[in-house]
Design a protein around this ligand. Structure first.
Ligand code: NAD
Length: 491
């Protein structure tokens, strides 16, 4: 049985939402959610079985025709209600996220971000448009855009409620029904958001929410013959497994938003103060657990000493704290696996580069999964910590002399999610933007800065497809060609 957690005097018991009902896992199985700041168990959460996953997919399949037939303004009205409820309950969602994946309550913006997406997509239905033409003599030709049917959304733990809302909103407004699986590291706020789905009055089966690990429920969704489209955000490793399952079963349409190893490039003509604060924030926000965090910083040689001195001094001053304390600016890593992973990369880094700041974990001292912000210098480009995603507050600063040299270094990676360039020379900025192999390029700012209406997604191993307000609905709409023969003899 799952157990409850007390949030501001209210008992909340996480359960699965299947066909409009809150249920335990069919075998009563659960898994523990650990508070990453204390190492204590926050609560026990249902581990969805294959049977639960199949029932959720069946409920979504049964509910889909009526949902797709509904006036889109009515579909939008449900999304709007859910957006309002996310905003209303954001302090509870913040608390639940703090005790599962450690984001400080002072920084909790995920509920507002998610609500904004729901609000946007609630009114986006007029953009569901086909085309028409009279280019085929004797015929009128047109296309329809229609829902796939059942869509699965598999989300990571770093910004859970945002992904919950953003993926589901685009899938639902286009007339699909949804089975969403949260991450085993951060299931609490999403399970609470599932209660808000029923409060918003969604018809049973339209929006189902499961908690559980990749195995069995995630894999079951990836293999499921009735799931026709799957939107995934997570690691490149899991993305490949999902793609493989889809290829072996029903060739469902898969969108992949995966990992990164993002470069930030600082030229000597840049505003150095601006570059310092932007690159620091990029690697520290969410304790470095952001797909687009600039984990490789390249600084032009003439300004490198000044940049490195200021950067390392400021990083050394950053301290982690309890995420429930409103003063805390940086929380722990999400869980033990993350912590151990990051610490092993730091040990690896010590073998190749020069450790300038940090390098220690604080588990023994604090019982929490805190890692010191860590800076390496001059690590060889082919070292493991320069090639693999660390997903923690760890970066390397290397130097360069020419544009050609830094473009080659920045692009020498299998990832391609986000690249930042700092320069006051507009032609150089544009040359760099053209040359960088990255789905996003920012000039004089760094991740997570994003344009509201721009697409987001990766080049190379960082993903397939683009998400965003003008893009996400495309993943959830089939295109049908319709041709009509005219009786032109009457003319
Ligand atoms: P993960 O791949 O371990 O897990 C993501 C989700 O996939 C979880 O819900 C997990 O349970 C599920 N899963 C695991 N194995 C599965 C399987 N075999 N079949 C189906 N589902 C399975 O990733 P994570 O640790 O939760 O998230 C961190 C990763 O996500 C990082 O690599 C980060 O860069 C990436 N990320 C990317 C973006 C983006 O937009 N590109 C955004 C956030 C995070």
């Amino acid at each position: 049985m799952s157990t409850s957690v007390n949030v501001n005097g209210i008992e909340f018991q996480p359960r699965l939402l299947i066909n409009g009902e809150f249920v335990e896992a069919s075998d009563k199985g659960t898994f523990n959610v650990i508070n990453p700041a204390t190492g204590e168990i926050s609560c026990k959460v249902p581990e969805a079985t294959e049977d639960d996953t199949n029932r959720a997919a069946a409920a979504a399949k049964a509910a889909q025709p009526a949902w797709a037939a509904l006036d889109p303004t009515k579909r939008g009205a449900y999304l709007k209600k859910l957006a309002a409820l996310l905003r209303e309950h954001k302090s509870t969602l913040a608390h639940l996220e703090a005790i599962s994946m450690g984001v400080p309550v002072s920084h909790y913006i995920h509920a507002d971000m998610g609500a904004d997406e729901l609000d946007y997509f609630s009114e986006a239905w007029p953009h569901i448009q086909g085309q028409s033409s009279v280019n085929t003599p004797g015929y009128v030709a047109m296309t329809f855009r229609q829902p796939f049917g059942v869509v699965a959304c598999i989300i990571p733990w770093n910004v859970p409620v945002y992904f919950f809302a953003a993926k589901a909103a685009a899938a639902l407004i286009t007339g699909n029904t949804v089975v969403l699986k949260s991450s085993e590291k951060a299931p609490l706020a999403v399970a609470y958001a599932a209660e808000l789905i029923t409060k918003a009055g969604f018809p049973p089966g339209v929006f189902n929410v499961l908690s559980g690990h990749g195995l069995p429920s995630g894999r079951c969704l990836a293999r499921h013959m009735d799931v026709r489209a799957l939107s995934f955000t997570g690691s490149s490793r899991t993305g490949k497994l999902i793609q493989e399952e889809a290829a072996k079963t029903n060739l469902k349409s898969v969108t992949l938003e995966l990992g990164g190893k993002s470069p930030a490039i600082v030229f000597d003509d840049a505003n150095i103060e601006q570059a310092l604060s932007a690159t620091m924030m990029s690697i520290l926000v969410n304790s470095g657990q952001v797909c687009m965090a600039n984990s490789r910083v390249y600084v032009q040689k003439s300004v490198a000493p000044k940049f490195i001195e200021a950067f390392t001094q400021r990083m050394a001053a950053v301290r982690g704290g309890n995420p429930l304390d409103p003063q805390t600016q940086m929380g722990p890593q999400a869980d033990e696996v993350q912590y151990k992973n990051i610490m092993s990369y730091i040990e690896e880094g010590k073998k190749n580069g020069t450790l300038a700041v940090g390098g220690n974990g604080k588990l023994d001292e604090t019982k929490g999964y805190f890692v010191e912000p860590t800076v390496f210098l001059n690590t060889p480009e082919d070292a493991k910590i320069m090639k693999e995603e660390i997903f923690g507050p760890v970066l390397n600063i290397n130097t360069f002399e020419t544009e050609e040299e830094v473009i080659a270094k920045a692009n020498d990676t299998e990832f391609g999610l986000y690249a930042a360039v700092f320069t006051n020379d507009i032609s150089r900025a544009m040359r760099m933007a053209k040359a960088l192999e990255s789905g996003y390029v920012s000039i004089n700012c760094s991740s997570p800065t994003m344009g509201r209406d721009l697409p987001f997604g990766g080049y190379k191993g960082s993903g397939q497809g683009r998400e965003g307000r003008l893009y996400s609905m495309d993943h959830f709409l089939e295109v049908k060609s319709v041709i009509i023969k005219l009786d032109e003899a009457k003319l």
